[in-house]
Design a protein around this ligand. Structure first.
Ligand SMILES: Cc1ncc(COP(=O)(O)O)c(C=O)c1O
Length: 345
């Protein structure tokens, strides 16, 4: 198979940098199950502080952050309200029903950003034959909504409705720091509206693994029970937590470059006949486009690109997504746009 020189498939495809690997190799470690790993403890303290919460827990993935949060918040028969494109509905193997024993209620939006009225309309009246509306979950940035950043006023409005109805509020922060860097609202400001929120280390931050879930001390205590139950408790995990500490210290501000690169790429491909950008604004590092008017389907375009060393994922019959990240520079993106033009010509 042709080597993929320019990998725009996902920001999860970054490789740890030499400096990050050094930090990992030199990490002080201990038994994290016993809270004796100083590097894990440091990462959790940094993440809790960043998100303005009492405590945090280090988990192997963002998926586990979502699932454990829902498991803590929900009882069987509860309902989680979220956008129809949200990751827990589409890409967590049915986790809400399997693990939290809760069902999901999908809101339909353009960019993954719903309104207070939509939330109000979705909340169930309190009746014994209805599920109980228990959690409101917000994804920031929105993935399938084109990497859009939630404005803080909208967050305040939707979470106020949830709280009026006694619901818990949760933020999926797979790309929270992209939102922070782009929108200028701090993670702490976002955090005040949520009972639980997390950030992913293995996406734009460039770590090989992990997410950090934050909340009140009581919430994190409960989260630890489910971490243990699901086999997510680890031992000398400081080796991987060190990558997270390094990334929080060195890889946050640079996310702005990924956003600039994504905008330049979207402008370049918008000039290619047959390519249509799906979202009118490219806010962060995700560029969605449609290839229907080229007469090719997305799988064929993906195959042709791969043969030329460029990887861009098909996200539907004619929809594709290109993601900028730490391992991609402006020159490579220019080359990728030229190759895209060639392969559909
Ligand atoms: C919005 C969103 N939430 C959650 C996840 C899951 O994160 P992880 O891959 O770390 O499990 C992803 C991963 O792509 C995502 O995009």
């Amino acid at each position: 198979m042709t080597a993929q020189r320019i990998d725009l498939y996902s920001d999860t495809h970054t490789k740890p940098t030499p400096a990050m690997r050094r930090a990992m190799a030199e990490a002080e470690v201990g038994d994290e199950q016993q809270f004796e790993d100083p590097t894990v403890n440091k990462l959790c303290a940094m993440a809790a502080d960043l998100m303005g919460k009492e405590a945090a827990v280090f988990l192997p993935s963002g998926t586990m952050c979502n699932q454990i949060a829902f498991r803590v918040h929900c009882r069987p028969g509860d309902e989680i309200i979220l956008d129809y494109t949200a990751h827990p509905i589409n890409a967590e193997s049915g986790g809400p029903s399997a693990l939290a024993m809760a069902q999901t209620r999908a809101l339909h939006t353009e960019r993954g950003i719903f309104t207070a009225d939509q939330v109000r309309d979705a909340i169930r009246p309190s009746r014994r034959h209805s599920p109980s509306s228990r959690v409101l979950s917000v994804e920031n940035t929105t993935n399938a909504g084109g990497g859009s950043v939630w404005p803080i006023e909208d967050i305040a409005a939707v979470t106020a409705v949830a709280r009026e109805h006694g619901m818990a509020t949760h933020m999926d922060g797979a790309r929270l720091l992209n939102a922070v860097v782009e929108g200028g609202t701090s993670a702490r400001e976002y955090g005040q509206y949520f009972d639980s929120l997390w950030l992913d280390l293995s996406k734009g931050l460039g770590c090989p693994i992990g997410g950090v879930l934050a909340g009140s001390a009581e919430f994190i205590d409960q989260a630890w029970r489910f971490k243990q139950l699901l086999g997510g408790a680890m031992r000398q995990a400081g080796i991987i937590a060190a990558a997270g500490v390094y990334a929080l210290e060195h890889h946050v501000e640079r996310l702005a470059e990924d956003h600039e690169n994504a905008r330049a790429f979207s402008r370049a491909i918008a000039q290619i006949p047959g390519i249509r950008l799906i979202f009118d604004r490219c806010e962060t590092n995700l560029v969605f486009f449609d290839v229907a008017e080229t007469g090719l389907d997305a799988a064929e375009v993906e195959k042709r690109l791969r043969a030329r060393g460029v990887r861009i994922g098909a996200m539907g019959p004619t929809r594709m997504r290109a993601v900028t990240h730490l391992d991609i520079n402006a020159e490579q993106l220019g080359e990728a746009a030229d190759i895209l033009r060639d392969v559909i010509a």
